[in-house]
Write a protein that binds this ligand. Structure first.
Ligand code: PMP
Length: 462
């Protein structure tokens, strides 16, 4: 068939012209952003300015309505432009030179010091110091003997998914479960399979940095809802709702929270679910610390919201961090989207590790949880003696106190020189330079030593 048609040729020619024009105008915008970046760098102004962004977003929404463009698409396009502007401005700015220090950076510095023979008390990483249940080791050996070391269903072996579904309860079955290499990969596959470039998700800070990093991976934009110690780390749900626009697709929750140990009350959780429902948003609830709760905790599963995804893990519950087994729970459609990421990336979680996880599920972890609570109470008593402000953790494995003076990085570095590793608060959000995260994954004696060194460094500062 002849593919030429005069009308088609004319239209295609016009499209070429418009595309060329768009590219030229976009390049003009990038050049302007670069110049703005130079000025900001000279004046020492932050790259991100939420007020300016809000204004431009409003303008684009109005324009979209005026010219008959979908506002959702218009905002996605705008987000792509904003991401590129930030990128070129960061290249110009002195701000990028200062690589963000996180607990992992401190951990690797601590390891380097240990290699030179220095003794370090590790209070920076969230890795339980106790051993996994002994039957986990037996299950590993058994899986070798029984030749259970093959590729498995991408979603995970049926027995393990059945057992996870039974543990979680609430009428779910194995089709609602995807077994992942650690909770981290469940977070990654949920964010990368459900969000597209230019769409937005909302993260409540202070937060584990991986949510934003996963969003960056697909060019999605992270909007930050900040919480404060003064408000006991409770998010303002009105403010949350005000941040939503037509390109917003997901809210990320992490309760019990890393790093604050906060657990949200039922009313706040219910409000957040209602907001997500009203706006049709996904709710990604990272509940890897769900076993470590010392207050009343409602899993997002309780609210029976179809667009929720729960992330669980064997890492913290059974001290099985290096086994790399976690899971996602969601409706079948979401699970199959997450499984597709997994099929492309890893085929399946290693079968012996899945067998080990299955054996672990038979073990009651309550002794670990009691131990963690006892240590956190001990840390809180010591912090009180130091007169540091801290919201008592209601879950997880950390305390997140405020420093009385100065910023986290110099103090954390000084402490490291003295053999104590802590996580800088700013690793969980730029606004938290006045905080440090103390992990309770050490025996009480070590915690005591570490906290005494911390007290002396803080005294020197005053
Ligand atoms: N979510 C949070 C909040 C975490 O702190 C961690 C680990 N530090 C994870 C998820 C991931 O854990 P894993 O991949 O070991 O299951």
């Amino acid at each position: 068939m002849d593919n030429t048609n005069e009308e088609l040729d004319i239209l295609r020619d016009k499209v070429r012209g418009v595309t060329t024009e768009i590219m030229r105008v976009v390049q003009q915008r990038i050049e302007l952003a670069r110049k703005i970046g130079e000025v900001k760098s000279r004046l020492g102004i932050d790259i991100k300015d939420e007020k300016v962004e809000h204004e431009i977003r409003m303008r684009v929404m109005l324009l979209a309505q005026e010219i008959g463009m979908s506002t959702e698409f218009a905002l996605q396009l705008l987000n792509i432009l904003l991401v590129e502007s930030e990128h070129v401005q960061a290249q110009k700015s002195s701000q990028k030179v200062v690589e963000k220090q996180t607990h992992l950076g401190i951990f690797s510095k601590a390891k380097q010091l240990e290699a030179t023979g220095k003794k370090i008390i590790h209070m920076e990483v969230g890795e339980p110091d106790y051993s996994p249940p002994t039957r986990v080791g037996a299950a590993l050996a058994e899986s070798f003997r029984m030749k259970l070391y093959h590729y498995t269903d991408t979603q995970g072996i049926a027995k393990l998914r059945d057992a996870i579904a039974a543990k979680e309860g609430g009428g779910i079955c194995k089709d609602h479960v995807v077994v992942t290499p650690g909770g981290r990969f469940a977070v990654f596959s949920a964010i990368t399979s459900l969000l597209r470039t230019g769409q937005e998700l909302i993260v409540i800070e202070p937060a584990w940095p991986a949510y934003k990093e996963c969003a960056d991976f697909v060019g999605a934009r992270t909007k930050i809802l900040r919480t404060t110690l003064e408000d006991k780390w409770i998010p303002d749900t009105k403010q949350l709702e005000g941040m939503i626009n037509s390109s917003t697709k997901m809210i990320v929750l992490n309760y019990p929270n890393n790093p604050t140990g906060k657990v949200l009350d039922h009313k706040t959780m219910e409000n957040i679910v209602l907001i997500a429902k009203d706006h049709g948003l996904y709710l990604l609830s990272d509940e890897v610390y769900a076993d470590y709760v010392f207050a009343e905790f409602s899993s997002i599963r309780k609210y029976d919201y179809a667009k929720s995804i729960v992330v669980g893990s064997f890492s913290k519950r059974y001290a099985m961090t290096g086994f790399r087994v976690g899971y996602g729970i969601a409706n079948k459609d979401i699970v199959s989207k997450m499984a597709r990421v997994q099929a492309v990336a890893i085929t399946s979680v290693a079968e012996p590790m899945q067998q080990a996880a299955l054996a672990a599920l038979e073990v009651d972890p309550s002794e670990n949880i009691k131990l963690m609570k006892k240590r956190l109470d001990f840390i809180c008593r010591k912090l009180k003696k130091m007169s540091l402000r801290c919201v008592e953790p209601e879950g997880a494995m950390y305390a997140y106190p405020e420093l009385p003076k100065g910023e986290d990085i110099p103090i954390v570095e000084k402490l490291l020189e003295k053999g104590v590793a802590l996580a800088p608060g700013s690793g969980f959000g730029d606004s938290y330079k006045r905080f440090v995260r103390i992990s309770a994954c050490q025996p009480e004696k070590m915690l005591e030593k570490g906290l005494d060194v911390m007290a002396s460094v803080i005294r020197e500062q005053m």
